[in-house]
Design a protein around this ligand. Structure first.
Ligand SMILES: O=C(O)CCC(=O)C(=O)O
Length: 365
């Protein structure tokens, strides 16, 4: 018999969050409608009919970045970063077989019994670099997100092998290793397109913190009332995201004046072998607002469980981030203040998802 959580929020919270049974545990218990705690207010729900279309033509062949078409490709990347903040890449250097293995590993991790996953809950995990959980910051959220995740922060190979979950550690480590070169190249190209030269050590510093997450979105009985991930931008520099074939990732078209009813969202279509790249808040700040961190969100589905595997490439906590000095001189204004990335990160993880409000923390005074 499915536990009845409809009118008992405390028991629900204990079951899903504290005991680590997650949304997957709820679904496995046989529930036929989502508990009230998962119902989003109307303006946060994702209405499929209001989607402006899908982003078919933003796929960039990265092998061309090293060839005679370098300038053209760099221009396309910068254009995507200035407009939607999202694009997809193929020929990115991460083997396509590895992408397939990552999706299999994600399913394998979440298919385990709850107690095997709960050993990575915050507070009991054998390492602070591995965290299993559900939603985003459940303690702070009025409506929970329909998602479980495991997050692995990279420090060095030995720690990854010792502490990351055995179901996914090898592929996750390989994913980080094979994607880092691409991330560096993209960042170099984007910074050069701003007319600024930075040395390699600064580029390394801006992506020195790497977290690979495995997200699991179980099937949901009420996709119209829930979200997999609520509207947000990422805090770091560049995110690399592998999604499976289910679809449901939406990005908002920039229009500061659009009301919630009029805003336009486009779907990032799943493309076999491609990786999705999105601009994070850090790069918006560094570029003095020229590149846009992308506001995005994820729909739930009643058809099949979905997995995605992002790598969040971000500065090391001790790095100071702020608009590049050359851009401030050129623009005549600093649109953001300098902040320590650690403070930016603590603020980001201290609040529920709320569009691009995370950037307010670095707003110039
Ligand atoms: O699952 C996705 O497609 C996106 C995930 C995401 O936005 C996140 O983990 O922050």
């Amino acid at each position: 018999m499915a536990p009845n959580f409809t009118n008992d929020e405390a028991s629900l919270f204990k079951f899903v969050v504290k005991e680590g049974k997650g949304v997957k545990g709820l679904v496995d218990s046989g529930l036929t409608q989502v508990p009230a705690r998962y119902i989003q207010p109307p303006h946060h729900r994702i209405n499929k009919e209001h989607v402006a279309g899908s982003l078919e033509n933003m796929t960039i062949d990265l092998s061309e970045l090293d060839g005679p078409n370098h300038e053209q490709v760099a221009k396309a990347i910068a254009h995507a970063a200035e407009t939607l903040g999202f694009f997809q890449v193929v020929n990115h250097g991460v083997p396509v077989e590895l992408l397939e293995s990552l999706k299999v590993a994600a399913h394998k991790f979440f298919a385990q019994p709850p107690e095997k996953k709960a050993m990575y809950l915050k507070g009991v995990s054998p390492s602070p670099m591995v965290k299993y959980g559900t939603s985003f910051v459940p303690e702070k959220e009025n409506a929970l997100e329909w998602k479980d995740y495991v997050s692995m922060t990279y420090t060095n190979d030995a720690d990854a092998i010792d502490f990351w979950p055995s179901e996914c550690k090898e592929v996750a480590l390989e994913y980080i290793k094979t994607s880092t070169e691409m991330v560096k190249k993209l960042l170099q190209a984007l910074i050069r397109k701003l007319g600024v030269n930075v040395d390699e050590s600064r580029v390394d510093e801006l992506i020195g913190l790497r977290m690979v997450n495995m997200n699991f979105y179980p099937t949901c009985p009420n996709p119209d009332l829930t979200v997999g991930v609520g509207r947000h931008s990422d805090m770091g520099t560049l995110t690399v995201l592998l999604q499976d074939g289910i679809g449901g990732l939406y990005v908002k078209k920039e229009d500061e004046n659009a009301s919630v009813e009029n805003e336009e969202w486009v779907e990032i279509p799943p493309i076999h072998g491609a990786l999705v790249i999105n601009i994070g808040d850090t790069l918006q700040i560094l570029s003095n607002g020229r590149y846009k961190s992308a506001e995005h969100r994820v729909r739930t589905t009643s058809v099949e469980s979905r997995v995605s595997v992002p790598i969040f490439n971000a500065p090391m906590p001790g790095v100071k981030i702020g608009p590049l000095a050359e851009l401030v001189a050129r623009d005549g204004v600093a649109r953001y203040r300098d902040v320590l990335f650690e403070d930016y990160m603590n603020n980001f993880f201290g609040k529920s998802h709320d569009g691009k409000k995370s950037l307010d923390f670095a707003a110039s005074t």
